[in-house]
Design a protein around this ligand. Structure first.
Ligand code: NAD
Ligand code: KPL
Length: 305
């Protein structure tokens, strides 16, 4: 029998997954912060997915963490800094063989969640899909992409991948999910902080070619030191390609800062610097970038952790 998809966090990605699964006839349940949010959601009549200017509302049932019933499958769709705090109240409801799918960008939050749920299986995801909230309970599917899924502790594929297929969620199971996550983290570290500090679109970094190239050398060194040599291969070239291909876009970190939202710095550049220190690896430009970003965020009244 197929398990219900419990979706923790009805933000951009959580809503995108929830709507596509519900549309395909899968059992989906949202887990929202508190009774007030559940009441507001119910008053709105459901989650609306806007795709190619077409809006469809899905009346997916919602509850809070203290709702009834065991949870066999949980999609954690919070920001990295919220993930473990959001999972904690669900511990009494997790079935003995529960599976958690962790959608967080960056690294570090997956281990924080896994430490809380030693008996559950934690599946890591790396997503290049794009979605944003137009209003409460309304999400726009903004950029087609792909979802890599994998479990660093166990290579066997979970039984529900065909449900993602039915729902049209593009995905592939990979034994190298950590390599994927490290590569994305390195790309984000080379691009996002500089777009914040130089207050520019991704394309603006073509004027800071040397700064980007120096960071890529240090990031590649870090990736090799922490056992991810494949993630280091051709990093600088890919960063340049991404800068050209997304020249007109603002990076996700730039957008967070402009909108006064907390960034995921702790799980991106912060994680890279912590791992470098743990390996006794000196990366002066990366560390300086981290310090400058922390100062910038503080000066703009935003948390830097
Ligand atoms: P978001 O801020 O839109 O959504 C997160 C949701 O989690 C919010 O609705 C928030 O209220 C909810 N939440 C937080 N704590 C909660 C709790 N205790 N109980 C219930 N709900 C709680 O974030 P997002 O953009 O969907 O990003 C989620 C993750 O996916 C991030 O790590 C992000 O980097 C990654 N990601 C996002 C995109 C994208 O296009 N949005 C693309 C790739 C990766
Ligand atoms: O993923 C990105 C982001 O903005 O977060 C890109 C476009 C790759 C820039 O790092």
């Amino acid at each position: 029998m197929s398990s219900t998809w419990h979706i923790l966090g009805a933000g951009s990605l959580g809503s995108l997954w929830a709507c596509r699964l519900a549309r395909a006839g899968k059992a989906v349940r949202l887990i929202l912060r508190d009774d007030e949010r559940v009441a507001a959601y119910e008053a709105a009549g459901g989650l609306t997915l806007i795709e190619q200017d077409q809006a469809h509302t899905h009346a997916i049932p919602a509850q809070t963490a203290t709702g009834a019933g065991p949870i066999h499958r949980l999609l954690v769709a919070c920001k990295a800094y919220d993930a473990h705090k959001a999972v904690a109240p669900l511990l009494p409801r997790l079935a003995p063989n529960a599976e958690l799918i962790l959608l967080q960008n960056g690294l570090g939050s997956q281990d924080e969640v896994a430490a809380l749920v030693p008996h559950a299986r934690c599946i890591f995801a790396s997503s290049t899909e794009g979605a944003f909230r137009q209003a409460d309970w309304q999400v726009v599917f903004a950029g087609h992409g792909f979802n890599w899924l994998g479990d660093p502790a166990r290579p066997s594929t979970p039984g529900w991948l065909d449900e993602l297929e039915d729902a049209g969620i593009p995905h592939q199971w990979t034994p190298d999910i950590l390599t994927r996550l490290w590569r994305k983290l390195a790309l984000n570290c080379a691009i996002n902080p500089l777009t914040v500090l130089h207050e520019c679109r991704n394309g603006g970094l073509s004027e800071h070619h040397c700064e980007v190239a120096t960071l890529c050398v240090e990031l590649a060194e870090l990736l090799r030191r922490c056992g991810q040599p494949q993630a280091a291969d051709g990093l600088a070239e890919e960063v340049e390609r991404v800068i050209q291909a997304t020249a007109a876009n603002y990076s996700s970190m730039y957008q967070d800062v402009r909108q006064g939202r907390r960034t995921e710095i702790h799980y991106l550049l912060g994680h890279a610097c912590r791992i470098a220190a743990r390996h006794g690896c000196e990366l002066p430009h990366l560390e300086r970038l981290h310090r400058r970003l922390v100062e910038y965020l503080n000066a703009h009244g935003l948390p830097s952790d």
